[in-house]
Design a protein around this ligand. Structure first.
Ligand code: SF4
Ligand code: SF4
Length: 413
């Protein structure tokens, strides 16, 4: 393993960029505004990790929240979306991800969240690959077979690798490990279930998140295994090791939205992300701009839908409510503390903003494709009006998902 250099990390310009400070040429394509004084993110400052060490986030409710996913019974209520079967579905959906995460629990590892996945040794001999273009095509083909709904490739940009990782078991900050000679990142996205998400924010909708994590864990570990069987380095990751969203944007999977996550052209924000770091030479994708930034400037659906009102209403800005954000990147930043507090009050994770976002639709229907054309054009206000008029982001009851309310189809598109 290669350990990424330790701090301080005032980022140096890359040779040939001709740009000051931490900016890179690719930022003009992604829309990232990386400011002087930029430092890589420390994973301990992620709000979920702060719930372990930071008294301003840690609470009995937070402890109960985490434990309810695999150790102790959830806070079942006789309320739609929160009864025993809803939590049973939620925890069942997380089962594969949680089981993989805890393979080396005795060593304090929480794989896919704070540590990369344990993989078998790579093949001693490298397979003959005809050329880079062919290898790229084959890797993407394999990734889709192994569970990715979207796959893109970017050059490893160390700005988005954590400055230090975090071990919840012993409250330490080890250096980040990457495979020796890693040059590229294969970024995958898996679609979260559309109908489950339509019930957010309840335990029923949390099953869409859990299933997304379980499917992503399978996809990245299987893809890493494939690359290792070919004799190349491959490290499978989800939330560990590096920030997924900027890498996904660089890999052409989507744009950054006001709600603080990736918006993919195919599914909107209704995706989970994973990544595989490798030394296999590959052809990177280019970032794609399809009008999200401009659309977010006229839309506030996620802001209105957020129960604790922790999404930004104004222009992208620098700074945020606490340390759980990148201090020197100008962007829309959510109030992570308020968001997490709402989750712990609720007893389950929330995705009301994802449900409400007009980009939460698919490209499968002609109506969906037409809406995207409108949304990415100067007629974006018409697209927003159509979304509101059809009440697409409206919440469904948990009972609706269980088939106990008259079928109320999600409008096409
Ligand atoms: S997940 Fe829920 S609480 Fe958090 S920002 Fe989205 S709507 Fe708000
Ligand atoms: S709901 Fe509207 S403002 Fe929020 S992320 Fe989606 S498009 Fe942007």
């Amino acid at each position: 393993m290669t350990v990424v250099p330790e701090p301080p990390h005032a980022m140096e310009p890359q040779v040939g960029d001709g740009l000051p400070s931490a900016q890179r040429a690719i930022d003009s394509e992604t829309g990232f505004d990386v400011l002087p004084g930029f430092r890589r993110f420390r994973q301990r400052d992620d709000v979920f990790n702060r719930a372990r060490w930071d008294p301003s986030v840690r609470s009995a409710k937070a402890e109960a929240f985490f434990a309810s996913y695999d150790e102790s019974p959830p806070r079942v209520r006789h309320v739609d979306g929160f009864d025993q079967r809803d939590f049973a579905l939620r925890n069942a959906s997380w089962h594969a991800a949680e089981t993989l995460a805890r393979v080396r629990r005795a060593e304090g590892r929480y794989e896919g969240f704070t540590h990369s996945f344990t993989m078998p040794p790579k093949a001693p001999r490298r397979a003959e690959l005809s050329d880079v273009a062919d290898a790229t095509r084959q890797v993407k083909r394999a990734a889709r077979l192994l569970g990715a709904d979207l796959v893109g490739i970017c050059v490893l940009d160390e700005r988005w690798v954590y400055e230090r990782t975090y071990c919840r078991a012993d409250d330490t900050e080890p250096g980040v490990e990457l495979p020796p000679g890693a040059t590229h990142v294969v970024v995958v996205a898996t679609e979260m279930d559309e109908r489950l998400t339509a019930t957010a924010p309840v335990a029923t909708s949390s099953a869409a998140t859990g299933l997304g994590y379980s499917r992503t864990a399978t996809a990245v570990t299987s893809l890493a295994r494939f690359l290792r069987e070919l004799g190349y380095e491959a490290q499978a990751c989800m939330n560990d090791t590096a920030l997924s969203v900027p890498l996904a944007i660089q890999a052409g999977l989507g744009e950054y939205g006001r709600l603080g996550v990736l918006i993919a052209q195919e599914f909107g924000p209704r995706v989970r992300l994973g990544k595989v770091f490798t030394d296999l030479p590959l052809i990177p994708d280019r970032p794609r701009r399809f009008g999200v930034r401009e659309f977010c400037e006229v839309c506030r659906e996620c802001v209105s839908a957020c129960p604790p009102k922790c999404l930004p209403d104004g222009e992208p800005s620098v700074g945020g409510s606490g340390p759980s954000h990148h201090a020197r990147v100008r962007k829309w930043t959510i109030d992570a503390e308020a968001c997490f507090r709402f989750w712990t009050d609720l007893g389950t994770d929330c995705a009301a903003c994802v449900r409400a976002c007009p980009w939460n639709r698919t490209l499968r229907s002609p109506a969906g494709r037409l809406w995207r054309l409108l949304a990415g054009s100067p007629l974006r206000r018409v697209a927003l009006w159509l979304h509101r008029h059809r009440r697409r982001g409206r919440r469904r009851a948990g009972r609706w998902w269980w088939g106990e309310e008259p079928e109320w189809p999600v409008p096409p598109g």
